[in-house]
Design a protein around this ligand. Structure first.
Ligand code: ADP
Length: 496
C-alpha cells in the first residue's frame, strides 16, 4: 500500500500509474500465503525472490474459515486433498529459461509496493483490496468479488439471470445452451418455490449443500420432504456455532441420478481455468486435470452413504477400504483416452466441447459483475460431472482449488500447471502477447472464441483449422518442449 493517497484497486489504471514505467534490471519479488506447491514453484523460478516478512506464509490456509473474511468473502474453501505435498523441496524451473529480467520496474519502497507478484488468500484480499494501491506492474491473485462465481448460490443466481436474458433476447433455443447446471434453489429464501418443484417431481433425489462450505461438509441427499423438515429443526439451527450465518444459506439441487460410471464408480472432473481479464474476457484452459473417483460402487439404494455419492478426496480418503497408494484419481488424459476408446473420438469431442461451453457461459454470467482489474487474475477449479449420456454438468467452481499434492503424479501436474500460469502472466516479458498456447495452457477465449492453429490439432483428427476451437482438455501435454519452442520463436520475433 502506498503511504500517500490510498486508491482502491479497482480505480487503478485511471491515472495512477507507476511514473517510473516498467523498465528495470532487478529480480521479481513475490509474496505467497500458501505453503504448498505454489511456494515450490515460486522458489524454483530463476530470478524470483521471496519478500521476507512475517505473515507472508500462513500455515494450513486450506482450512481457513470463510467467515473470517468479513461478510462478503463467503466463497467456499478449497478442496484440500488432505495430504501434505509430496515435496516441499524446491524444484528447478521446468521451462529451462535463463534470461535476464529487463522489463521489471525498480523496487518501490513502501510497505506493500515491494512485491511484484502476490499469491494471496481470499481473506487477505477481501480485507485489503479496497484500500490498496497497486503499481502498474503488480499482479495479484483473485478478483475482488470472485465469490459471485464461486459461492454455490450466487453462481446459480448469475447463471439463471444470463439464461433468462439470453432467452429474452435470442430465443428459447439459445437458452438451452445453459442446460448444464442442475435445477437449484437457495434456502431459506426460495424454500416455497422449491417445495412446489419438489411436489411436481415425486420420488426424485435432491442434494442439500451449504452455500459457502467445501470438501463435502454439511452435504446430504434426500427423497422425502420430511427429511428436511427434521433437518430444519435440528442441525440447521445454527445457534451452536457463533461463526455461522443465521440462518446459514444452503442450496438444494436436483441430484444427478445417472452419473457416468467407470468400474461401477462415480467420478467428477477437475478442470483448471485461468482468467486474466474480465473486460475483455480472456480465458485460458489447462490441458491436464484429473478425475476424482468415489471409492465405493455407485448405487441409489444407499443415499445416506457419502462414500458412494460424494467424490471429494477429503471424503473418500476416510472410506474404510481407501487405499492411499492407489488413491482415487485418474489424469484427464487417461479419462479422455478411456472414453474415446469406448465411445469414439467424436462423441468425446462433443462431450468436452460441452465443458468449454460451461466455462464460457459461467464466466459471461458474471462478466459485468466482477470488478475487473488488470492487476488481478484468477485460477478457477471447475468441478464437472458427466452423466451416463456423457453430458457434462457443472457442479461448482472453486476460487482456491487445492494446490496440495496427493502424490508424485499430482505434484507434477500442479507444479507444471502453476509454472505455466506464471509463464502466461509473463512478468519476465518473454512473450509477444499473441500466443495461443503457453505450456499446458491454451487460449480459449479472447473477447470471442479462439480457433486452433495448424499443427495443434491433437484430439481433433477430423476437423479443419477453420472450425476447431483452441481447446485441448485431456490432450497430450508436452509442455516443456512447447515452452522451449515458444521462447525461441518469441525471442526471434522480438529481435526482428
Ligand atoms: P463441496 O464444495 O463441499 O465440495 P460440491 O458441490 O462440490 O460441494 O459437492 C461435493 C460432491 O458431491 C461433488 O464432488 C459431487 O461428487 C457430488 N455432487 C454435488 N452436487 C451433485 C449433484 N447435483 N448431482 C450429483 N452429485 C453431486
Amino acid at each position: 500500500m502506498s503511504k500517500g493517497t490510498k486508491v482502491p484497486g479497482y480505480m487503478q489504471g485511471k491515472g495512477s500509474r507507476n511514473p517510473r514505467g516498467i523498465i528495470g534490471d532487478r529480480e521479481i519479488r513475490y509474496k505467497c500465503s500458501l505453503q504448498n506447491t505454489i511456494l515450490d514453484v515460486l522458489r524454483g523460478r530463476p530470478g524470483w525472490q521471496e519478500v521476507p516478512g512475517q505473515n507472508n506464509i500462513q500455515p494450513n490456509v486450506n482450512q481457513a474459515n470463510p467467515k473470517q473474511a468479513g461478510q462478503q468473502s463467503t466463497g467456499q474453501q478449497q478442496a484440500n486433498t488432505g495430504k501434505s505435498g509430496s515435496g516441499s523441496t524446491t524444484q528447478g524451473t521446468t521451462s529451462g529459461y535463463k534470461g535476464s529480467f529487463q522489463s521489471i520496474p525498480p523496487i518501490t519502497r513502501n510497505s506493500d509496493g515491494d512485491w511484484d507478484f502476490y499469491w494471496c488468500d481470499r481473506e487477505w484480499l477481501a480485507q485489503n483490496y479496497d484500500t490498496m494501491f497497486l503499481y502498474e506492474h503488480q499482479k495479484i491473485l483473485h478478483f475482488r468479488n470472485h465469490y459471485e462465481l464461486t459461492r454455490k448460490n450466487l453462481m446459480v443466481k448469475n447463471l439463471k439471470r444470463l439464461k433468462k436474458q439470453t432467452e429474452r433476447e435470442l430465443g428459447k433455443a439459445e437458452g438451452q445452451s445453459f442446460e448444464f447446471f442442475p435445477t437449484t434453489y437457495e434456502l431459506p429464501s426460495e424454500y416455497h418455490i422449491f417445495v412446489e418443484e419438489f411436489k411436481k417431481n415425486p420420488g426424485i433425489i435432491w442434494i442439500m449443500k451449504p452455500a459457502a462450505r467445501a470438501q463435502g461438509r454439511g452435504i446430504f441427499l434426500f427423497r422425502r420432504l420430511k427429511d428436511i423438515t427434521d433437518w430444519k429443526k435440528g442441525e440447521y439451527q445454527p445457534l451452536s456455532d457463533p461463526n455461522r450465518e443465521v440462518p446459514e444459506t444452503y442450496v438444494v439441487q436436483r441430484y444427478i441420478e445417472n452419473p457416468y460410471l467407470i468400474g461401477g464408480r462415480k467420478f467428477d472432473v477437475r478442470v483448471y481455468v485461468l482468467v486474466v481479464s474480465y473486460n475483455p474476457l480472456k480465458v485460458w484452459l489447462y490441458r491436464s486435470g484429473f478425475a476424482r473417483f468415489s471409492n465405493t460402487r455407485f448405487s441409489l439404494d444407499s443415499i445416506e452413504d457419502t462414500y458412494v455419492h460424494l467424490t471429494n478426496v477429503a471424503i473418500q480418503k476416510n472410506a474404510p477400504d481407501y487405499d492411499p497408494d492407489k488413491g482415487c484419481k485418474w489424469s484427464t488424459q487417461q479419462l479422455r483416452k478411456y472414453l474415446s476408446a469406448k465411445h469414439g473420438v467424436e462423441a468425446v469431442k462433443k462431450a468436452f466441447k460441452g465443458i468449454d461451453n460451461i466455462i464460457i457461459k459461467s464466466l459471461q454470467s458474471v462478466q459485468k459483475i466482477i470488478i475487473n482489474d488488470k492487476h488481478c487474475f484468477e485460477m478457477y477449479g471447475y468441478d464437472v460431472l458427466f452423466d451416463s449420456d456423457l453430458k457434462p454438468w457443472l457442479i461448482e467452481i472453486n476460487a482456491s482449488p487445492s494446490l496440495t499434492a496427493s502424490g508424485k503424479e499430482d505434484y507434477d501436474l500442479k507444479f507444471g500447471l502453476l509454472n505455466d500460469l506464471l509463464n502466461v502472466l509473463d512478468l519476465e516479458n518473454r512473450l509477444t502477447g499473441k500466443e495461443k498456447r503457453v505450456g499446458g495452457w491454451d487460449l480459449l477465449w479472447e473477447d470471442g472464441p479462439i480457433l486452433a492453429d495448424d499443427g495443434n490439432m491433437e484430439c481433433a483428427p477430423n476437423g479443419t483449422t477453420a472450425s476447431i476451437p483452441n481447446s485441448f482438455l485431456g490432450c497430450h501435454n508436452e509442455r516443456k518442449r512447447q515452452l522451449r519452442e515458444l521462447y525461441t520463436a518469441a525471442q526471434s520475433i522480438k529481435k526482428s
